[in-house]
Design a protein around this ligand. Structure first.
Ligand SMILES: Nc1ncnc2c1ncn2[C@@H]1O[C@H](COP(=O)(O)OP(=O)(O)OP(=O)(O)O)[C@@H](O)[C@H]1O
Ligand SMILES: O=P(O)(O)OC[C@H]1O[C@](O)(CO)[C@@H](O)[C@@H]1O
Length: 321
């Protein structure tokens, strides 16, 4: 193998740049030419691909976002789009791919790999932490700490004005950001898609003689977003003296300088992806479990739901007493 290419796809996440840097420099270290594909599968289809040098990835490790840009590509979901992408890779002589992204990215990579057989290894880049085959995803730690910082600040106003705040955090199908920022921020309640939300329990806790409360809601909660849940609680509680507020944290969770953990995880997974390709690994993701680099087939990464840790769920009940 002489030429490989790297791309980022799906939602950007802090630490993706550290991962790209590691892929490029590991590739060069191992004697490969490394190409960067702009805007994920979209750029692969359009042939927006350039040769990268070591200096191409200088001064990026501390930056959020992704220097290769990202996109959600509808055309790659069609066989015609994927054929165009394959033809562009063949023209450049690219023999291996590193795909940095989330479960959608790996679903696309799996289909592409099955159709054209080009060796592919993934790196888990998403803030949601919802990928099976790695303890943490690249960007999760930064996102949790950003959410936690916001919760701490919101608590100041909640306490000063005796208000009940519903804070919505990201997590399309997963409650990892909600549960860790909720435990860390001392939330009175945390609502996640993985468990059935008990509105009566929420109402009961708010009737207790507690002046202010923080309720963290994962955007993907089965009852709805924070605004919907706030209305449901308000209707049930029927107490005009309570002052309810909703804060949606949104994309601030995806931006900013990555934490040390995300930079190191990104670098490690990137190195693992290149070394994996050279060792014949393909159709799999390079992740870290119990502090060891491991390769997990894409089919398992996307086919299995990573559960919340039972200790974290227990803590939600214990710590709010
Ligand atoms: N079934 C599929 N077939 C082909 N390509 C796919 C498929 N599913 C997803 N993709 C490609 O992968 C891209 C990224 O997927 P998606 O938008 O779901 O983000 P993601 O990788 O899950 O990241 P995040 O978790 O941060 O949102 C899609 O825009 C699409 O181009
Ligand atoms: O930036 P977009 O495309 O609106 O995507 C938002 C989604 O991406 C994520 O940040 C990562 O999957 C989710 O938590 C969120 O629902």
């Amino acid at each position: 193998m002489k030429k490989i290419a790297v791309f980022t796809s799906g939602g950007d996440s802090p630490g993706m740049n550290a991962c790209i840097r590691s892929v490029v420099r590991t590739g060069i270290y191992e004697g490969l030419e490394v190409y960067g594909i702009n805007r994920g599968y979209e750029g692969m289809i359009e042939g927006d691909i350039k040769l990268m040098k070591s200096s191409s990835v200088s001064n990026i490790v501390q930056r959020g976002g992704t220097i290769l840009k990202s996109a959600r590509s509808m055309e790659f979901k069609t066989p015609e789009g994927r054929k165009k992408a394959y033809d562009n890779l063949v023209t450049l002589g690219i023999e291996g791919l590193v795909a940095i992204g989330g479960d959608g990215t790996f679903t696309g990579a799996k289909v592409f790999h099955e159709e054209f057989g080009i060796p592919t290894v993934g790196c888990p880049g998403t803030i949601d932490n919802d990928i099976y085959g790695t303890d943490y995803t690249i960007g999760f730690d930064t996102a949790v700490n950003t959410a936690l910082d916001a919760i701490d600040k919101i608590r100041d106003t909640a306490a000063a004005h005796d208000r009940i705040f519903f804070v919505e955090v990201m997590g399309r199908d997963a409650g990892f950001i909600a549960i860790e920022s909720g435990i860390g921020g001392g939330a009175e309640f945390v609502m996640v898609p993985e468990t059935q939300t008990d509105l009566n329990a929420v109402v009961k806790s708010l009737r207790e003689p507690k002046a202010s409360s923080i309720i963290v809601v994962a955007e993907g909660d089965e009852l709805g977003n924070a605004e919907v849940i706030m209305q449901l609680v308000k209707e049930k509680i029927k107490d005009d003296t309570k002052d309810f507020k909703v804060t949606t944290l949104g994309h601030i969770q995806r931006g900013g300088a990555p934490t040390a953990r995300d930079r190191v995880l990104g670098a490690r997974c990137g190195m693992g992806a290149v070394r994996g390709l050279l060792a014949g690994e393909t159709g799999c993701m390079s992740g870290v479990i119990n502090n060891e680099l491991v390769y997990t087939p894409f089919s398992e990464c996307i086919g299995q739901h990573k559960p919340l840790h039972p200790d974290h769920l227990s803590l939600l009940d214990i710590l709010r007493i």
